[in-house]
Design a protein. Structure first.
Length: 359
């Protein structure tokens, strides 16, 4: 198995399985001299960890990160940063009944066909628990981006039929942690939470959309052909478990508009180039233009449903599977910090790449 490394200059190589001893990683290319706020990193992990509310999986994990290298006296040294988060609350027996059975819409079949072997306990390497490593690396990237005045905020904008109906600029994005769904509209958040809880009671799952806004990004990040910034962000988001779609700027909306209506008009803003609108989502020609970068990520319903479903076993025999264990009825609340982490890693990587574009 290869391709366990993300990034060009700022790189994360992750390791570990859902029910293995630990999840961890090695980060290369992180700049020296960055103050490492351990409390902030743990807070980011707490936003992702299981068991945080009635609408998430009941698995209880502290998800405390242990750094092994690359940090000295609270500051990054420029050397590889190794870290581990130890698994402590695995219930591997919950998966015994699906050891030889392919779970519908999971990676079980493709994984087995590709490698000839799989760890059935919680999905092994294909489990979303692998994203712990991304959140740690993303938190470090956020600390570096903070020094550059770049901030990243993701939030739940849709759960099933419930969705925000206004532009992100009309909402107070600092309020997303005031509810378990991480939606900036508190009334809608309650409706979303009630809906997720009801779906959970049925043994079923539901999907939705996470939106993300990047503020303070400088002009010039990204390359004009194969290194487009939006392509890099799309690649990062589509690497997250359960993601089915990515769009930035106007995306698929307002496709009935003409070019003259879609264009972002330039104007002279007191001697500087300004924009009348931001339908491009902060990226033009694959390169950041200094405006807010905003995009949306679609998540499918969790594939593990706690009800009977027809399937086949590894021998091709038709059978019935009823999954057991502790599973999320909706990944969105816990996926918000993962989206932010992947965006942060991408932005820091492309910022460092930009430093090498001219002498």
């Amino acid at each position: 198995m290869y391709n366990n490394t993300f990034g060009n200059i700022f790189r994360l190589t992750s390791f570990g399985e859902s029910h293995g001893k630990a999840i961890g990683g090695v980060i290369d290319g992180f700049p020296a001299g960055i103050t490492i706020d351990m409390e902030f990193i743990q807070k980011e992990l707490n936003r992702r960890r299981p068991g945080q509310s009635a609408i998430t999986t009941a698995r209880k994990e502290a998800d405390e990160v242990e750094f092994l290298s690359g940090i000295y006296e609270g500051v990054s040294t420029g050397c590889p940063i190794g870290f581990a988060v130890w698994n402590t609350n695995q219930h591997s027996n919950d998966y015994d009944n699906m050891k030889d059975v392919y779970r519908p819409s999971h990676a079980d079949y493709t994984y087995t066909q590709k490698y000839g072997i799989r760890d059935h306990r919680g999905g092994g390497r294909s489990s979303a628990r692998e994203t712990i490593a991304r959140v740690v690396a993303g938190a470090l990237a956020k600390l570096a981006l903070r020094q550059l005045g770049i901030s990243i905020t993701a939030f739940t904008s849709q759960v099933g039929p419930f969705k925000l109906d206004k532009d992100y600029t009309t909402y107070d994005l600092t309020s997303i942690e005031n509810n378990p769904v991480r939606c900036p509209d508190q009334d809608l958040a309650r409706q979303m939470a009630d809906y997720i809880f009801r779906i959970k009671g049925e043994g079923d799952t539901i999907g939705g959309v996470i939106s993300c806004v990047i503020k303070g990004c400088p002009v010039g990040l990204g390359q004009p052909v194969f290194g487009k910034l939006h392509a890099a962000l799309g690649n990062a988001m589509l690497s997250i478990n359960a993601v089915k779609g990515f769009e930035y700027g106007q995306g698929f909306s307002n496709m009935e508009l003409k070019g003259s209506q879609q264009n972002d008009i330039f104007y002279n803003n007191n001697g500087e180039t300004g924009f009348r609108s931001n339908r491009s989502g902060g990226i033009q020609g694959g390169i950041s233009n200094g405006q807010d970068i905003y995009f949306r990520v679609a998540f499918k319903p969790v594939a593990t449903v706690l009800m009977e479903q027809p399937t086949v076993d590894i021998h091709g025999n038709e059978t019935i599977l009823k999954a057991r264990g502790r599973h999320d009825p909706c990944v969105l609340p816990r996926a918000v910090p993962i989206v932010e982490a992947m965006a942060a890693m991408t932005l820091l990587d492309y910022y460092l790449l930009d430093k090498a574009s001219t002498l």
